[in-house]
Design a protein around this ligand. Structure first.
Ligand SMILES: Cc1ncc(COP(=O)(O)O)c(C=O)c1O
Length: 305
């Protein structure tokens, strides 16, 4: 059912040759059509507990809820998705998919959604649903870290990596890598959120490591979470056309853009192997199309038609 271990694909380009570094893509986007990228990795620990009912959180275009719904459908687990926003948004592609595979959608306003990590709110939710496993937004939490050990072990069988790079939203993926990494393996997270510097502390705490055990770069948010700019779309188009790999608009595009900039600035040691984790999220392009943020030309150039 899952395409594991996911392949490691070398990326070739004049910049990489000039800079004398090797860039590899860990193609976790190919693991599964819906439960792809870091989603399978982050959900593994939760699903191993064999829950009967899962409650989780996300926005109206959430990759996490989208993958979780497919995983719940596969394992016949009841899913209650607490969705930020109004029911009027429920016809978008992400939520339609959730609805169609049987998730129970519960819409809450922004104020209520802000309580998603509040201890009293969660205690009440648990009391109302005693058999449910509550998974925080984005799969955040200790159980979300287990599957990242498997990812690292897969790569170690494939190549000796010097750097791992991943995009950062909740910080769970970076924390999982940090917790399970070996001493010589360097980690770089590229934050998809504006003002995400606070995440360094959270990642360190979750991984039970020091903030020096990884780097977090917050310079490539392109104006904020899920904001997209023409140069980023152009970068995705060029990347797709040169390497036949589609990046997602919210996370991997910004992180790969950052990697190219950092390579050009000589950030990585020469001759090193940089492994970039393709964390999936490709369903996010539908959200961009629905919000009319792409021209027909761009849609065609990205192979999304
Ligand atoms: C495609 C994609 N990449 C990266 C991330 C960020 O991962 P994390 O929340 O573990 O930091 C997410 C969010 O979960 C995502 O959907």
């Amino acid at each position: 059912m899952f395409n594991l271990p996911s392949p490691l694909q070398q990326i070739n380009s004049p910049l990489l040759k000039q800079s004398a570094v090797n860039l590899w893509l860990k193609r976790d986007d190919l693991i599964h059509s819906q439960i792809s990228g870091n989603k399978l990795r982050k959900l593994t620990g939760y699903l191993q507990q064999k829950p009967q009912h899962i409650i989780s959180f996300g926005g109206a275009f959430s990759n996490h809820l989208h993958a979780l719904a497919a995983a719940c459908q596969n394992q016949q687990i009841k899913l209650t998705a607490i969705v930020r926003g109004e029911a009027s948004q429920q016809h978008n592609a992400t939520l339609t998919a959730l609805h169609n595979i049987g998730a129970n959608l519960h819409f809450v306003d922004r104020q209520t959604y802000k309580l998603r990590n509040n201890a009293d709110y969660l205690a009440q939710l648990q009391a109302n649903n005693p058999k449910a496993t509550i998974i925080p937004e984005g799969g955040y939490g200790h159980l979300g870290l287990h599957g990242l050990a498997t990812l690292l072990n897969e790569v170690r069988q494939q190549l000796k990596a010097d750097y791992f790079v991943c995009p950062v939203g909740s910080g769970t993926t970076l924390a999982g890598l940090c917790k399970h990494k070996k001493h010589h393996e360097k980690l770089l997270g590229i934050c998809a959120i504006k003002g995400g510097e606070y995440l360094a502390q959270e990642v360190a705490q979750l991984a039970q490591r020091a903030t020096d055990d990884f780097s977090l770069n917050c310079d490539f948010h392109f104006g904020g979470f899920a904001k997209i700019k023409p140069e980023l779309i152009d970068f995705c188009i060029e990347f797709y056309q040169q390497h036949n790999v589609l990046l997602d608009p919210v996370y991997t595009s910004k992180a790969m853009y950052a990697v190219y900039q950092l390579i050009a600035q000589g950030h990585f040691t020469k001759q090193s192997n940089i492994v970039f984790i393709h964390t999936g999220g490709l369903q996010g392009w539908q959200g961009m199309i629905e919000r009319q943020l792409l021209s027909n030309l761009q849609i065609n150039a990205l192979g999304l038609n």
